[in-house]
Design a protein around this ligand. Structure first.
Ligand code: GLC
Length: 436
């Protein structure tokens, strides 16, 4: 029986803590109605209506290699695809259902194509699998908190066997862990009400996944959802504990610590607009500058950012998402050293930005220029071996100006006469510290 072991845990988490930035991909039939991946539930749409999309799903521009390339160019180190979302539609050739991509006009095993593409690009790859299932006849309908038919007493739950549903869920997860080669990560979604932990036969499920895919890492949603932290955080991990916490659409104000105050691994999952699945009317895209600074914020608090894209019904990433990924990629190509493998600096953040750190390298992220020399918080002059602009390698001198003579205990950097920062989104200084 699985038992938490700190050394094994740290070993399997090593790549993930290095990676810091990943891509989430939500794709399925819901791309056709284009009103987000919850459309069946929010509009309480009967299955018969939804099945039209199943018959139609052809995605003429389908090219998972393109999605994965966009992720890689943006500096992402891992990619996660929705193998099955709450609607129950499967992007893989499961033996246990007809409701799958291979039975649509598209006719492809999307999971297989995606994993192959990810491996070809050298990216780590994971799968999202929804614990909820609005297609399976044995999943609770009437009275469930989320099911599209929740308010239809005629869709009562007599004759539905949750045990049978769990057999299906376990069998599908077994397929995913058996038929597709090495998986780096499994992202379950989500627990609610009484459906959490052992209600999913969680220990058995997690044990199966960990046995079939040694070294895989799991998220925490067999126990919780975007709300809640789970048993690892509580300090007594159950066999179905997650390896990382999954705050959703928020960056935890202080990072996340367990009950003993130790830093936890976490990943903020964030949409570029306001939906996970493609939503044609949702124009509320966050600017690339906001997402990049958000990434820096995550890393400065010891976390990862999992940034979502929702390809449209033709299979294309929205142009706004592509633009954003391109901007991120340009920045990451020059400044990635301040992200990958970095974490908390151990010093309070400066007023003008954030700090990240990787061993003897401290990265000063300047979001906003200071009027006058730039104070370097928490540093003594003798600790500093060198300061370089990370993007160019250019030396940045320690300021010798008289203007900070009233602050003799502080060190200031001299960014030169130009009041405009070289990178208006985030100009990064790399400070190499003397090891003591
Ligand atoms: C949620 C939503 C879902 C989305 C997920 C991503 O729990 O139900 O649609 O896939 O979060 O974190």
């Amino acid at each position: 029986m699985y038992q938490f072991d700190r050394r094994e845990y740290d070993a399997r988490m090593a790549w993930y803590r290095q990676a810091r930035l990943g891509m989430f991909i939500h794709w399925g039939l819901y791309a056709i109605p284009a009103r987000g991946e919850w459309v069946r539930s929010t509009e309480e749409m009967p299955e018969s209506e939804y099945l039209r999309y199943f018959q139609e799903f052809s995605a003429p521009d389908y090219n998972p290699a393109g999605w994965v390339r966009a992720a890689k160019q943006a500096g992402m180190k891992y990619v996660i695809l929705t193998a099955k979302h709450h609607d129950g539609f499967c992007l893989f050739d499961s033996r246990y259902t007809r409701f799958k991509s291979t039975n649509t006009p598209l006719g492809r095993d999307v999971v297989a194509d995606f994993l192959q593409a990810a491996r070809a690009e050298g990216l780590r790859a994971g799968l999202y699998y929804s614990l909820l299932d609005w297609h399976h006849p044995d999943y609770p309908h009437w009275g469930d908190a989320n099911h599209p038919m929740r308010r239809h007493p005629e869709c009562g739950n007599q004759g539905r066997s949750f045990e049978r549903y769990l057999d299906y869920l376990h069998a599908q997860v077994e397929e995913l862990c058996t038929n597709y080669g090495k998986l780096d990560l499994m992202w379950f979604d989500f627990s609610y009400g009484n459906l959490r932990g052992e209600a999913w036969r969680g220990a058995q499920l997690a044990e199966m996944v960990r046995t079939l895919q040694p070294g895989i890492i799991l998220n925490n949603r067999l126990e919780v959802s975007g709300e809640g932290f789970g048993s690892l955080a509580a300090g007594h991990p159950t066999p179905c504990h997650g390896d990382f916490i999954t705050p959703e659409q928020i960056i935890p104000p202080h990072g996340l610590q367990d009950a003993l105050g130790q830093d936890l691994a976490w990943e903020a999952c964030v949409t570029m607009n306001r939906h996970w699945g493609y939503c044609a009317a949702d124009r509320f895209f966050k600017p690339a500058s906001m997402l990049l600074r958000g990434l820096v914020e995550c890393v400065s608090k010891g976390g990862n950012l999992l940034l979502n894209v929702g390809p449209d019904a033709r299979g294309n990433l929205p142009p706004e998402s592509l633009d954003c990924l391109n901007s991120m990629g340009r920045w990451m190509a020059r400044n990635g050293a301040s992200i990958y493998g970095c974490g908390r600096a151990g010093t309070d953040k400066p007023e003008y930005g954030r700090l990240t750190r990787n061993g003897a390298h401290l990265y000063v992220h300047i979001f906003e220029n200071t009027l006058g020399p730039l104070p370097l918080p928490g540093l003594k002059r003798e600790q500093i071996r060198s300061i370089r602009a990370l993007a160019t390698g250019a030396e940045v001198p320690i300021s010798t100006s008289w203007v900070h003579s009233d602050y003799p205990d502080m060190v200031f950097a001299d960014l030169g006469p130009d009041p405009q920062l070289p990178d208006p989104i985030d100009t990064v200084l790399e400070i190499t510290l003397n090891e003591h």
